[in-house]
Design a protein. Structure first.
Length: 417
């Protein structure tokens, strides 16, 4: 989360550009090598977009031989670009982000000496190449750096909301570590996972949902072991309501361009396992909650009856009621605090819930009303937090509001998704 593997590109003018890499290959001799952009090294039969991204066969061997090549991210795999450079006779790779991937740098086990740099540093590097008579550089051996800042921030490849299948549910639920994660690796493939890679390793650096998912699965398993009476919904609630939305600089989490992220990027926030073990309150679910949700989706009574084995009774309604269960100490009291979305007022009744025993449940209602300043059909974000007097527990729930009917903005049954 706050660890990186820096590998510096040292330019001929002594300027250093920090990137990331896990390439085990070193540049020989400790000397500077000529630098060339992949566009300048385009093969005669290749297109400019192909050369820009170092697609296999797009580089002119005569131009690349003995040089470090600057390639742009996109289209083909990051490690494939290094293989294309190696086959063309290049000695190193600088992988520069495009604007969409911004500041996200990923440490890969490249097959040549390499470093992965940000979009802004890539633009500065290309300026150096275009304004210098004999541009040169050297790529340092990667090392490990801890407590990097800012962290965490959202990866460019991370899935984004809104939920296209069921927009009534905020997705994603949470975010977890998923970039450059060291994990055990198969001996049946090389660290790049590509056919040309004959190397074999016991551990590898991997990125993606396939890395963040086991983090959350492990947290869920630990919580279930600690609280065997918790339902899956209670475990999920504990993980979500204790997640953080600030980075290690105490600023709101950002995306890969270092712009402020939203719950459509991180859901409830970044997981905090220790806090999830003692969430204070949990939102549990039962069959009626699911049936209410089906009603909200527009299913009629006859359809819902097929799920119930009978006719629904007391399902539906226009008011949003929730229940929280005390899983912390007792007695306990929690006060509600709301960060309102732009253009929408939010009322919580009651605004204070008191518990005399562990396991006790309390009901509350949330009402949304559009203000004169609401933005029609725009998604806006807010948050409900229950806090106990000691400040030990802060039970946070994000919500997303979208006013979809201008004519009903002053009614209790305001259509809000």
């Amino acid at each position: 989360m706050d660890r990186e593997f820096p590998a510096y590109l040292v330019l001929g003018n002594s300027k250093q550009i920090k990137g990331q890499s896990l390439s085990p290959v070193r540049l020989p001799g400790g000397k500077h090598y000529p630098l060339i952009s992949s566009e300048q090294a385009k093969a005669a039969n290749a297109t400019l977009p192909q050369a820009r991204r170092c697609i296999e066969g797009s580089l002119d061997e005569a131009k690349v031989e003995g040089r470090i090549v600057v390639c742009m991210r996109g289209k083909n795999a990051r490690v494939e670009k290094g293989e294309a450079v190696r086959r063309a006779g290049g000695v190193g790779l600088v992988l520069a982000n495009d604007e969409a991937t911004g500041n996200e740098m990923i440490a890969d086990a490249h097959v040549v000496p390499a470093t992965h740099i940000t979009y802004s540093d890539g633009a500065a590097l290309l300026h150096y190449l275009n304004t210098t008579k004999s541009p040169s550089g050297f790529i340092t051996v990667p090392n490990t750096a801890l407590d990097t800042k800012p962290a965490p921030f959202m990866a460019a490849f991370s899935s984004q909301g809104p939920n296209t299948v069921t927009p009534q549910i905020l997705k994603p639920d949470v975010t977890a570590p998923g970039v450059s994660i060291l994990a055990a690796f198969t001996g049946l493939a090389g660290p790049t996972g590509l056919a040309f890679d004959s190397r074999r390793v016991l551990f590898n650096s991997e990125s993606g949902t396939s890395m963040s998912c086991p983090h959350v699965a492990g947290i869920a398993g630990l919580l279930k072991a600690l609280h065997p009476d918790w339902s899956p919904a209670a475990v999920k609630s504990a993980i979500m309501t204790t997640a953080r939305v600030q980075d290690n600089m105490r600023r709101p989490m950002s995306n890969s361009s270092f712009l402020r992220a939203t719950p459509f990027s991180y859901g409830a926030g970044h997981v905090q396992p220790n806090r999830a073990a003692d969430p204070g309150l949990v939102y549990d679910m039962n069959a009626t909650d699911y049936l209410n949700f089906l009603c909200a989706l527009g299913y009629n009574s006859s359809v819902i009856a097929t799920f119930m084995g009978g006719q629904p009774d007391g399902v539906g309604g226009t008011h949003r009621h929730e229940e929280v269960r005390n899983v912390g100490a007792a007695p306990a009291a929690y006060d509600a605090r709301v960060a309102e979305p732009h253009g929408v007022s939010v009322a919580v009744r009651p605004s204070r819930v008191e518990f005399a025993a562990v396991g006790e449940e309390k009901e509350f209602a949330v009402t949304f009303r559009a203000k004169e300043t609401f933005l029609a059909r725009e998604y806006v974000f807010g948050r409900l937090t229950w806090s106990d007097g000691a400040g030990r527990h802060r039970v946070r729930s994000p919500f997303v509001v979208r006013v979809v009917d201008k004519k009903k903005k002053n009614t209790n049954s305001l259509p809000i998704s």
